[in-house]
Design a protein around this ligand. Structure first.
Ligand code: C5P
Length: 238
């Protein structure tokens, strides 16, 4: 059993690609905010000590109020949900969160607020996968061919059987991810996921096969797909 796991949920994005005024994590999906769906999946994980939600500065008070009113479904295993302010880039938001974790926290799970469909089984598998290496991420093999493109021209085609599309959750031993982020900040490295900083330190990162349904709700089409997906699951239950 890996005790003392804290979850950081970066939710401080502005959602420019969605096009609206409300950040996508607060948009409704089947009648409740996307963030509510995401938290409902996370709270089912056994032995979580804390969920730390990182939101944009102007949303801290509102989110605290929202979360205090939410019923997240059963069983709720987490001892505490906290809300704090994020930064300009996703990595700034996560770095803020890392600095707020309690001393006794040994493992850190990082999960995007806008991935409402990660199943409890996947969340658990990534968490258990981190035990051996200290770092584990969810990813799916690419079914599309991936090419590197610069200035509108292809420069390289990657070997498809080696290309994986990376998701969250990502789980790390706290010492590893904190050291990786400190190094990244001091060197000015940029990264769009957390594991990339751990990789750059030369630490191993293992993979658990993710779920194609664990999408990151980014564009209006994603939101439409998400509505359809929930309706499909619910009609299957009836
Ligand atoms: O924009 P991106 O796709 O990287 O967003 C992934 C997650 O990171 C989203 O849940 C978003 O709210 C969060 N994020 C953040 N702080 C930022 C930018 C994005 O917490 N400055």
């Amino acid at each position: 059993m890996m005790n003392n796991t804290c979850v950081i949920v970066p939710a401080a994005g502005s959602g420019v690609r969605m096009g609206g005024a409300i950040p996508k994590q607060f948009l409704n999906l089947a009648g409740r905010p996307i963030l509510h769906h995401t938290l409902s999946a996370l709270v089912k994980m056994p032995s979580l000590s804390m969920i730390l939600l990182i939101v944009a500065e102007g949303y801290v008070a509102k989110t605290r109020q929202l979360v205090s009113q939410w019923r997240l479904g059963q069983p709720v295993t987490v001892a505490e949900v906290r809300v704090a302010a994020g930064g300009r880039e996703r990595s700034d938001s996560v770095y803020n969160g890392l600095g707020m974790l309690p001393e006794e926290c040994e493992w850190v799970m990082i999960h995007d607020a806008v991935r409402p469909f990660a199943s409890p089984a996947l969340i658990r598998a990534v968490w258990e996968g981190a035990r051996a290496t200290g770092a584990c991420i969810a990813a799916v093999p690419s079914t599309d061919t991936v090419k590197l493109v610069r200035d509108g021209n292809v420069c390289q085609t990657l070997a498809r059987d080696e290309v994986w599309l990376v998701q969250t959750p990502q789980v790390f031993r706290k010492q590893i991810v904190t050291a990786a982020y400190e190094r990244a900040v001091s060197k000015g490295w940029k990264g769009t996921d957390d594991a990339s900083f751990v990789e750059r330190m030369g630490s191993p990162v293992s993979i658990v096969e993710g779920e194609r349904t664990n999408i990151k709700v980014t564009s209006p089409e994603d939101l439409q797909w998400a509505e359809w997906y929930i309706a499909t699951i619910e009609s299957g239950r009836r």
